[in-house]
Design a protein around this ligand. Sequence first.
Ligand SMILES: NC(=O)c1ccc[n+]([C@@H]2O[C@H](COP(=O)([O-])OP(=O)(O)OC[C@H]3O[C@@H](n4cnc5c(N)ncnc54)[C@H](O)[C@@H]3O)[C@@H](O)[C@H]2O)c1
Length: 306
Amino acid sequence: MNKVLIAGGAGFIGSHTADLLMEKGIKVRILDNLTSGHRSNLPDEHPLMEFVEGDIRDADTVKEVMKGITHVVHLAAQVSVVASLEDPEFSAQQNIIGFLNVLDAAKNEGVKKMVYASSAAIYGEPHSLPLTEDVPMKQLSPYGLEKKFNEDYADLYYRLYDFNSVGMRFFNVYGPRQDPKSPYAGVIALFMDRIKDKQPFVVNGDGEHTRDFIYVRDVARTNVAALELTYHGAVNVATGKKTSLLDLIDVLSDVSGNDAEFTHGEPREGDIVHSLADPSRMNNELKVVAETELKEGLGKLLDSVS
Ligand SMILES: NC(=O)c1ccc[n+]([C@@H]2O[C@H](COP(=O)([O-])OP(=O)(O)OC[C@H]3O[C@@H](n4cnc5c(N)ncnc54)[C@H](O)[C@@H]3O)[C@@H](O)[C@H]2O)c1
């Protein structure tokens, strides 16, 4: 691996992936338009890093930044399910046209491997748990459908051009740099923000909803492993462990030493009650096991915001 383009590299998952690649001595070029990411997520300067402010919707920009690149991590996206429902055209421009610009430029440049963000949202309402990659799926939002299109496009490029890629079906990722002020921040960033500041908050529904939470550094390790190996396809990126929102609040209270003050609100419409992955493919094909326990990961998150 000589030089990796990280589209969306100033974002939450992207900046941790950039850190890990640079720790391994690999050069990175970041392309980001800083809509939901922050320049401050990356070092001001680093001998192995180049930063380009630009937009994946602009095919010429993408072609230009692809020059000399050997591997791609594509994470730039409109990341909000709600925004995709409110403005599907805007969402598709980012998540379909933008994706295609990156995929096509990578193929034309002779890039050896592209790793890109898919999502657990492609499964829609699960029929049975834990979710394996090959279950039938019906997406519940334009965002989920866009990620499915990404996987189908990537697969078409594999069949047509032998272009090798891995779609990373991220489950609920948490850790430092996830912006709790964003209206779409993960539940962990939101709850941690409240509990740390001893502020009350609302839990939608009874709190028995469960999620498969994975620490961001484990996600970065999985992205890098997918770049290094020849495996092509789609992979759940998850722990295979379920945590209810009430369990999560207990652990957050424990690591912060603060009592959580919360009330229950109406369940959010359209919220999936249980989500849990089977991570066997990640473990066996990419040879990565998520190693950060929830308590340890939450402790690191707390340290980063204290
Ligand atoms: N965080 C999660 O739990 C999770 C779960 C499933 C899927 N994902 C996917 O993983 C990827 C990364 O998510 P994240 O949580 O790091 O979000 P993020 O918002 O922190 O990162 C996305 C980055 O892409 C950049 N970006 C957005 N539109 C762009 C454009 N048009 N051109 C160039 N840059 C653009 C943003 O500025 C940001 O830096 C996304 O594709 C998201 O859909 C994340």
